[in-house]
Design a protein. Structure first.
Length: 169
């Protein structure tokens, strides 16, 4: 029974594992376990749930079946105008209040309350893919300043676009 010899700091450092080596060892063990487990499990092909698949198909159909429409004044009167410097614009029955595009159809885009409150009717001008409808809308918007209804207005009352199209995008 003798006394134990004290361990020097150099001997203690020799016998211990450095944090870097310990971390590398854990990573190696983790990767090995992942590889073994992933090989043992059957491959499962990730798929959309039936609900997600149905939503995707609906959205793809909507993109293919879109509408370019016009909201038309149903009576003579003052209508909301979104152009800077104007709050209202006078429209005659049958004049365009707004051009737009939707993939949702009339009642997916506007409620009957909105149409009645604003005294406008929804008219489909073109049906096609969403991109074709956007092109048609742009053609309508760019040509609006030269439309007969706009040119019939006195010069100071002419509009660069329909009253409810706030910007030309």
């Amino acid at each position: 029974m003798g006394a134990k010899k004290p361990i020097t700091p150099q001997e203690e450092a020799k016998n211990s594992i450095s944090p870097i080596h310990f971390t590398l060892g854990l990573i190696t063990i983790g990767v090995s376990l992942y590889y073994i487990v992933s090989r043992a499990l059957p491959y499962i092909d990730p798929k959309l749930s039936p609900r997600e698949e149905k939503k995707l198909q609906k959205r793809l159909r909507e993109i293919d079946d879109s509408e370019q429409y016009a909201l038309i004044a149903i009576e003579d009167g003052w209508y909301t105008c979104l152009h800077s410097g104007r709050a209202f614009c006078y429209l005659k029955e049958g004049e365009v209040w707004k051009y737009g595009v939707t993939s949702k159809g009339e009642f997916g885009r506007y409620s009957t309350v909105f149409l009645a409150k604003n005294r406008v009717a929804y008219f489909v001008q073109f049906k096609g893919s969403f991109s074709e409808c956007l092109k048609r809308e742009q053609i309508q918007l760019f040509n609006y300043p030269y439309s007969p209804e706009n040119l019939a207005r006195p010069l100071p009352e002419r509009l660069p676009r329909p009253p409810y199209n706030s910007i030309l995008r």
